[in-house]
Design a protein around this ligand. Sequence first.
Ligand SMILES: Cc1cc2nc3c(=O)[nH]c(=O)nc-3n(C[C@H](O)[C@H](O)[C@H](O)COP(=O)(O)OP(=O)(O)OC[C@H]3O[C@@H](n4cnc5c(N)ncnc54)[C@H](O)[C@@H]3O)c2cc1C
Length: 267
Amino acid sequence: MKLLFTIDQYVIAESLEEAYELNQSRRNVILGGIMWLKMGKKRIGKAIDLSALDLHKIEEDEDCFYIGAMCTLRDLEVHPGLKKYFNGIIEKSVESIVGVQFRNGATVGGTVFSRFGFSDVLTVLLALDTYVELYKGGIVSLSDFMDMPRDNDILVKIIIKKDNRKAAYVNQRKSATDLPILACAVSNVGNTWNIVLGSRPAKAQLISLRLSESLNEEQINEIINVVEDKIVLGSNDRGSKEYRSILADVFIRRNIEEILLGGNHED
Ligand SMILES: Cc1cc2nc3c(=O)[nH]c(=O)nc-3n(C[C@H](O)[C@H](O)[C@H](O)COP(=O)(O)OP(=O)(O)OC[C@H]3O[C@@H](n4cnc5c(N)ncnc54)[C@H](O)[C@@H]3O)c2cc1C
């Protein structure tokens, strides 16, 4: 019985063009941190390593963060600039993912390109003004990318705009490092409120509403009703649709309160 993936040939790509050309064959695969790939049993022709392409950097200027595809989740977690921004929700989005050793391996490219339905990271990135730079496809918003069919392009970097939005994130898990039962991120910039539900158990979905910067109880209820109406929740072995619906109500309210209070929510 075959238990592991196998690789016929390992190639360190010398350019993105070379990596892209190799990736057009269905037997070949781009390697991120291989944490997900190694759980499968695929027989890979050429394994394409991007680590010589200078994609390990997190850079920032006045307007944006630029995060290379080969940055690890741990790089996101400990980066001083990212920690300061958006109420620290990027750090919060990765801190429950398995353990530090794992997060030192798993990459931003593998995480974002895979568009996993259970992703904490995508739930949070969708609540921010995030873009994906694809080698052939150019720069597209993360919310458009979430709906694009999977192809053989290469994710080069993600870009997060520093627009001073306030943000908050909560999730529920059966145990500390399990996959989330539900993930919920909320952000606010000016009059716009962005609500994202992830691990529904389908891929994260964003709803944006224009209301006012400070919300009253009636407006918070309105947000919850719109989300209930537009975002479909489901059941799996981690939780029922009904349970997720109760969590969604509580989490949206908690995140909004945290943003309105300008600090961390006290349980
Ligand atoms: C046991 C386990 C538990 C997990 N728990 C959680 C969790 O609780 N919350 C959460 O949010 N996530 C979780 N994850 C997902 C994890 O955080 C990573 O998203 C996942 O491991 C993929 O990242 P990677 O670097 O390992 O990608 P890889 O395994 O190397 O690659 C995954 C896929 O992405 C493709 N790929 C990689 N890089 C690129 C690129 N630059 N361009 C195009 N395609 C690319 C690969 O070809 C492959 O198809 C878990 C994963 C595992 C294995």
